[in-house]
Design a protein around this ligand. Structure first.
Ligand code: SAM
Length: 270
């Protein structure tokens, strides 16, 4: 039976997610996304599948001194870590634990809905998009990102994980990079009331420590944390050794710099 990845992580893994993955890629992606969206001061913004809240924190600084930012995530560990992050400025993000397919907000409560790397985990994508449409004002904007494909680091990691931790672990390792068929995605958007659909590629460089440090850190910051922690230590050592070899083309003086691209999709609520 195919696995259904929801990106569930423990509190320890959510803390590592913030220090490892947000620093390496989710913060640069949030910065690139928000530069393109240029939210206006005073807007009301919802960050859906907010994780540890990187988009919510950055956008709060852009709309100050007025406006509202709410982050929503299914996973209580992500929300707990989001609430602990330091925030400065006049707009303080609020966080709510909720499913993207059942948002606990009135209709037309927000001007902009952002979903950074969450859509690929929703079991009923159209239901989640319908909720995004419902909570947006007419002519409100939706922006979500998904990965453009499996980047070189995770292609190699998935293969190595498969050899040492099994096929299911390998599938979970690359699940975040599943890319929906654009025709179905656009059909879902139109069906729930979005138009003016546009797509932009955001090219990033994932900057990480050398493989011996970043490979364990990446795995322990992911839904594979428990699988890795309970595996024999030789398995992780073998994965690290294989990744050192596979990532040699991306080595820098400080560690690794690996390309990774995202697709940013925007649409207007009718
Ligand atoms: C890869 S993380 C991205 C988090 C955040 N947007 C960021 O950029 O760091 C995916 C997030 O989707 C959340 N998620 C998965 N399914 C969800 C659902 N049905 N409703 C809300 N959040 C969900 C997970 O809990 C996880 O925090």
């Amino acid at each position: 039976m195919p696995i259904r990845e929801t990106y569930a992580v423990s509190t320890a893994a959510a803390e590592r997610y913030e220090t490892q993955k947000v620093a390496a890629i989710f913060r640069p992606l949030a910065e690139g996304t928000l530069r393109r969206l240029a939210p206006a001061p005073g807007q009301r913004i919802i960050d859906i599948a907010c994780g540890t809240g990187i988009v919510a924190r950055l956008v709060a600084g852009m709309i100050a001194p007025a406006g509202r930012v709410v982050g929503v995530d299914l996973n209580p560990a992500m929300i707990a870590v989001a609430r602990r992050q330091p925030v400065t400025g006049r707009v303080i993000p609020e966080y709510r634990e909720a499913d993207a397919a059942a948002l606990p907000f009135d209709a037309a409560a927000f001007d902009l809905a952002i979903c950074q790397q969450g859509l690929q985990f929703f079991p009923d994508r159209r239901a989640a998009l319908a909720e995004m449409a419902r909570v947006l004002v007419p002519r409100g904007r939706l922006a979500f990102s998904i990965w453009s494909g499996v980047p070189p680091f995770f292609a190699a990691l998935g293969e190595s994980v498969g050899r040492h931790l099994g096929a299911e672990a390998a599938a979970r390792c690359v699940a975040p990079f599943a890319r929906p068929d654009p025709a179905f995605l656009h059909a879902d958007l139109r069906a729930v009331g979005f138009a003016g659909i546009a797509e932009t590629e955001i090219e990033l460089i994932r900057v990480m420590a050398p493989a011996e440090r970043c490979v364990p850190a990446e795995l322990l910051a992911s839904p594979l944390a428990e699988t890795v922690s309970s595996a024999p230590p030789q398995a992780l050592a073998a994965i690290v050794a294989e990744m050192e070899a596979a990532m040699a083309p991306f080595a820098t003086a400080a560690g690794l710099a690996v390309p990774q691209a995202a697709l940013l999709v925007t649409a207007d609520r009718q």
